[in-house]
Design a protein around this ligand. Structure first.
Ligand SMILES: Cc1cc2nc3c(=O)[nH]c(=O)nc-3n(C[C@H](O)[C@H](O)[C@H](O)COP(=O)(O)OP(=O)(O)OC[C@H]3O[C@@H](n4cnc5c(N)ncnc54)[C@H](O)[C@@H]3O)c2cc1C
Length: 573
């Protein structure tokens, strides 16, 4: 009987396990499985840990989580594996469309995932041998037509095949971070943190009475860090209007904290629309999404010669033109004909900094004013700008785009362009809850968050810390720096033992120098070294390039994993 190793049992590893069991039952086959997962929250992984700080919020709403389906009953030989409810049934979160969307804590979703894993009771089944090894895998090596899995406890395990579902991996430090770490190591009073998480690493700062902290990055992790740092002993948030989440920051008069975030472009996140009624205004029709799929696949699945991304942005621009022109959507007024509007949209896809009165960007507004504008648009209290509309339409198109573009025949450079565009639009499509951005506004208004240095400041090192200098030549000094930037999954930059070993031994290869691992449509790694019978598969973020989207919890419970499991069991001898 074959033995399969699943390395990493976070959400994707959990779903892979469930789908394996289902397919074993359908195809009436047998398998030994060894699961490797070093942390305790099996099924949740470190992103969704059940005991993490309450400042870590999900950016996916309870409403969107209605798409996280449950597990049906699985009957496998003598075993009956009980069904497990869909997330919304488990959390009992159905609500009227006019109510504001609720965004759960990440720990709550973790509880669901961990309970879902436990309910498999997989170690008690008769028909399958499952062993859970709570160790970190450091290497996978081919030995005589099999594979050996080596762990950090100096153990090794013989297996036939391997599935890698290890999610986000650390990447090599940037030159900037390296120089800051070196600088801090030479000065006792200076501190640098390479990661935002866990937030508990900042607990000692609660004892400070007056501190200035620089935060590298202006994305979702920065928001968690901002919330975590300011709400311990330095103050608290109070919502003053439950309809708009308008918030004030009530500071502790005995203590002072100042956060100074900065990024390469200073562009802020745009919150998601307040509720389902508003969100529906940005939603393409089912017919438009089917047509989008057909148009994209007609190129992506067949045309290796496509030389630009027009085949993708033109149909999305077409849908967006219809949505922005819909009289039900309260947009900024304009006198553009449909084809002029579509042309403007296409230009925005190429370059979001173009000047136009329909587009809200940093040419017209300060970062602070832009944040407030986006909040008012999300609340539907201000006219919708074209860029905000495009970001929301793109979010609704994402599942179709991700599916239609995965394992395409497109040139690698073109794939890179598409991924870059998707990443760029994420500040809208992966936007935070309105409440998070109201908290940011409250901190700015209380002078706890300073945006004066947000736009790519010059940073000088001195014995006293880091000196941030802005374009007006103003400067501010910090003694502590936090890196909140989540690096892109560039395979060649990944700095984990397992991935480096697989790369060095030619067992994996990048699909493009700037992207992830090359896999086929069933998740099987395309290796430079093809002499082994054993198969290594990889699902998730590290295969970006082969697939386009992997970064949402819903993608973990999607078709990519289903296809892998079905194909794996079908071909099992
Ligand atoms: C900080 C952060 C916040 C996020 N917030 C959201 C959000 O709000 N909404 C959303 O939809 N998505 C969010 N995501 C995206 C998130 O990655 C996915 O939702 C999901 O967690 C991916 O699941 P996964 O199983 O592929 O990887 P992971 O969740 O990363 O799980 C991988 C598992 O593999 C284990 N592992 C790693 N290396 C090894 C090894 N060498 N040996 C053995 N085991 C190993 C880990 O311990 C972990 O349990 C966030 C991601 C991050 C990093």
């Amino acid at each position: 009987m074959n033995t399969l190793a699943i390395i990493g049992i976070g959400p994707r590893g959990l779903f892979a396990l469930e789908k394996l069991l289902q397919n074993l039952s359908v195809f009436n086959k047998k398998l030994n499985i060894i699961g490797f997962e070093p942390i305790d929250n099996i099924g949740a992984g470190d992103v969704w840990m059940t005991n993490q700080d309450a400042s870590n919020w999900a950016n996916i709403s309870e409403r969107a989580l209605q798409d996280l389906k449950g597990r049906p009953e699985i009957i496998y030989n003598k075993d009956v594996i009980q069904p497990f409810p869909a997330y919304s049934d488990w959390a009992n979160t159905y609500q009227p469309d006019s109510n504001p969307d609720i965004f759960p804590l990440r720990s709550k979703i973790g509880k669901y995932l961990n309970e879902r894993y436990n309910s498999l009771e997989i170690q008690n089944l008769y028909s399958i041998t499952f062993k859970l090894i709570q160790e970190k895998v450091l290497a996978v090596k081919p030995v005589k037509n099999k594979l050996q899995v080596f762990t950090d406890n100096e153990n090794y395990y013989d297996v036939d095949d391997v599935l890698i579902t290890i999610g986000h991996q650390p990447t090599k430090l940037s030159t900037q971070m390296k120089s800051w770490k070196k600088h801090a190591s030479m000065h006792e009073n200076l501190q640098v943190y390479e990661n935002s998480y866990p937030l508990s690493q900042f607990e000692h700062l609660d004892n400070e009475t007056d501190i200035v902290i620089g935060i590298r990055g202006f994305g979702l992790s920065m928001v968690d860090v901002m919330r975590g740092l300011t709400t311990s002993t330095f103050g608290r948030f109070k919502i003053t209007n439950s309809e708009t989440f308008k918030t004030v920051f009530i500071d502790n008069p005995d203590k002072k904290i100042l956060l100074v975030p900065f990024s390469l472009d200073g562009k802020p996140l745009a919150p998601k629309p307040l509720n389902n009624i508003i969100d529906q205004l940005f939603k393409p029709t089912a017919k438009d999404l089917i047509s989008l799929k057909t148009q994209i696949e007609s190129v992506a699945r067949t045309n290796s010669e496509a030389s630009n991304i027009n085949f993708l942005i033109e149909p999305v621009a077409n849908i967006s033109t219809k949505i922005f022109s819909n009289s039900n959507l309260n947009t900024k007024s304009h006198a553009l004909h449909k084809n002029q509007l579509q042309e403007l949209i296409l230009k925005w896809f190429e370059n979001e900094d173009i000047d136009h009165k329909l587009i809200a960007n940093k040419k017209t507004y300060s970062t602070y004013a832009l944040i407030k504008k986006y909040i008012d648009m999300a609340l539907y209290k201000d006219k919708i700008s074209l860029d905000y509309c495009l970001g929301q339409v793109w979010r609704h198109c994402q599942p179709t785009l991700y599916q239609s573009l995965s394992h395409s025949k497109l040139k690698k450079d073109l794939l890179k362009k598409i991924i870059d565009l998707d990443e760029r639009i994420k500040r809208y499509s992966y936007g935070p809850p309105i409440e998070s951005m109201q908290q940011m506004v409250a901190l700015i208004e209380s002078k706890v968050l300073n945006l004066d240095y947000i736009n790519d400041p010059k940073i000088e090192l001195s014995d006293k810390g880091w000196n941030l200098i802005n374009s007006k030549n103003n400067s501010i000094k910090t003694t502590l720096m936090i890196d909140s930037v989540l690096d892109a999954p560039k395979l060649l930059k990944v700095d984990s033992a397992l991935i480096k070993q697989l790369l060095n031994d030619d067992l994996i290869q990048p699909i493009h120098s700037e992207l992830g691992i090359e896999t086929d449509s069933n998740g099987i790694v395309q290796s430079a070294c093809v002499t082994y019978n054993s198969k290594i598969s990889l699902l998730g973020r590290l295969s970006k390039g082969s697939i386009i989207g992997a970064d949402s919890i819903l993608e973990c419970f999607g078709k990519q994993v289903e296809d892998w499991a079905k194909n794996y069991i079908k071909n099992l001898t």
